[in-house]
Design a protein around this ligand. Structure first.
Ligand SMILES: Nc1nc2c(c(=O)[nH]1)N[C@H]1C(S)=C(S)[C@@H](COP(=O)(O)O)O[C@H]1N2
Ligand SMILES: [Mo]
Length: 237
């Protein structure tokens, strides 16, 4: 596990990563943020009393399919989260599988570029745990997240590098404030990538893909909003 982590981190540190992907300024922002904050520095965590009375749903607030509606009504018995791509052992996990793994709970603040924030308590499994279970291969440089919803007709997706993928607060959440994840917030599973802005936290998660390059995925900029509105791929707060 430690070996894998070290390999993942040094690989990123060594590359002039994604000169094709990142603008020079963005690259600078990512490095400066990391240098100041430290690679594995934690995003601030809050007290129970600070939790927002309601956590708004933004972007997609549901998934428009019969399968989703039926699963939502039944507690998602047939929902599967796939771990695939450049891994030795692809996985397909049920919600039950995920609930039985070691859990992390964190109270954090979500910041949306649209100008609102909310503090919530998230519970789920660390992404690093699933990546280690699947055995991420040396060639993998990014983790891509696939979602069940379409937003304005396009597939929502996102991606992060290996530093954020192995960050302790990067979790696949299935609970918000001690309750199963509400529909509007991404039921049954959504990412929390706490050191980045809201659009980097994909909801309605269906698959986690280890890839060597973001070329050929969506329009190649690493995410739904990156492709459409030029949002930065590295959205460090
Ligand atoms: N699948 C999916 N994930 C998504 C979005 C979306 O539209 N679809 N919107 C993003 C944006 S812009 C934000 S701010 C957060 C909102 O999370 P919330 O609905 O729990 O507030 O989800 C992000 N993840
Ligand atoms: Mo957002």
């Amino acid at each position: 596990m430690a070996g894998l982590m070290a390999a993942g981190c040094s690989k990123i540190a060594d590359t002039k990563a994604g000169s094709s992907l990142l603008t020079a300024a963005e690259d600078w922002h990512r490095k400066a943020h990391r240098a100041l904050a430290g690679k594995q520095a934690l995003a601030p965590e809050y007290q129970r009393e600070e939790i927002s009375p309601s956590f708004r749903g933004n972007g997609s607030r549901t998934v428009d399919s019969d399968f989703y509606r039926m699963q939502l009504a039944d507690g998602f018995p047939d929902w599967r989260l796939e771990v695939r791509g450049l891994v030795d052992t692809p996985l397909a996990l049920s919600l039950d599988n995920i609930r039985r793994l070691p859990q992390r709970t964190q109270i954090t603040r979500h910041d949306c570029v649209e100008g609102w924030s909310a503090i919530g308590e998230w519970t789920g499994v660390q992404l690093s745990l699933l990546l280690d279970a699947a055995g991420v291969q040396e060639a993998a440089r990014f983790i891509v997240f696939r979602c069940a919803d379409k937003y304005n007709g396009g597939d929502y997706y996102e991606s992060i590098d290996m530093v954020d993928a192995y960050h302790p607060q990067t979790i696949i959440a299935h609970m918000l404030n001690g309750e199963p994840l509400p529909e509007k917030n991404g039921a049954p599973l959504r990412m929390r990538v706490e050191r980045q802005l809201g659009y980097k936290h994909p909801k309605y998660l269906t698959a986690i893909e280890a890839v060597a390059s973001l070329d050929g995925i969506g329009d190649g900029k690493g995410g739904y909003w990156e492709d459409r509105a030029g949002y930065q791929w590295y959205a460090g707060i």
